[in-house]
Design a protein around this ligand. Structure first.
Ligand SMILES: Nc1ncnc2c1ncn2[C@@H]1O[C@H](COP(=O)(O)OP(=O)(O)O)[C@@H](O)[C@H]1O
Ligand SMILES: [Mg+2]
Length: 232
């Protein structure tokens, strides 16, 4: 599904040049649940942002279902992202002025889905995320776990093949964090491919493979046999 070859990315500021990704080669098969771990600053978010077409890299290649994406123009990238990728961030990134319902509905409006279908899909998603009663609430009126469930609902509403999650439980206590992990596991069981950055060994234990990064490079990978066997 995803194939990354010799990906290198630099950040340049006036004073310094940082090699955020160094010669990264990485494949993800459909249906996998991959965790990315490693110390702060090692390039995890950069890699996820490149995978999500939110950022680009200078060298190497990145194909998604055999289509080269690295050199697409902004407009094509944005269209590809909306069609195939859902993003979940550590800080939820909900729109505070919109209700729960409206936050989840927004990607459907951007995608040009009609009013009746939007209503059905949003209500189904809120039910699935156990948020039906919170539909008219604003993000600030919700617990962190509820907010992250809204964010997951928004990420899923366009039925993406790939979910990218950057420390999705990083701002949550363990109860709320576990709720979010339950949803991600359920999604993965239903076939959605997930790539998740995490600092939590517990969260990583739910994935089929753990990739460890250091200094912009992938240093080791560990297949979690029991989980991986389910893919075969
Ligand atoms: N926008 C940016 N401008 C300059 N340097 C950046 C930027 N974003 C990240 N970096 C640098 O790139 C490296 C990797 O960062 P990041 O991918 O955020 O790491 P992680 O998510 O693993 O903590 C770090 O050295 C960081 O300081
Ligand atoms: Mg990060």
């Amino acid at each position: 599904m995803i194939s990354i070859r010799n990906l290198t990315k630099y950040y340049r500021t006036e004073e310094v040049e940082t090699t955020a990704l160094h010669n990264v080669t990485f494949d993800v098969k459909p249906g996998e649940f991959v965790s990315i771990m490693g110390p702060s600053g090692c390039g995890k978010s950069t890699l996820l942002n490149v995978l999500g077409l939110l950022d680009t890299a200078e060298e190497g290649s990145f194909t998604f279902n055999e289509k080269e994406l690295l050199h697409l123009g902004e407009k094509d990238k944005s269209a590809f992202r909306k069609a195939h990728i859902g993003f979940v961030f550590q800080s939820f990134n909900l729109i505070d002025e919109l209700t729960v319902y409206e936050n989840v509905e927004l990607p459907l409006i951007y995608a040009g889905v009609g009013a009746q279908e939007r209503k059905e899909r949003v209500n189904n998603m809120l039910e699935r995320m156990n948020l039906s009663k919170r539909s008219a609430h604003f993000p600030q009126q919700l617990s962190g776990g509820q907010q992250q469930r809204v964010a997951v609902g928004r990420a899923l509403i366009n039925k993406p093949a790939l979910i990218l999650a950057d420390e999705p439980t990083g701002n949550l206590d363990s109860t709320n964090g576990n709720e979010v992990m339950d949803i991600l596991c359920e999604l993965n069981e239903q076939g959605t491919t997930i790539i998740m950055v995490t600092h939590s060994a517990h969260d990583a234990s739910f994935s089929s493979r753990v990739v460890y990064m250091k200094d912009g490079m992938i240093v080791t990978e560990k297949l979690q046999k029991e989980k991986a066997a389910e893919l075969i």
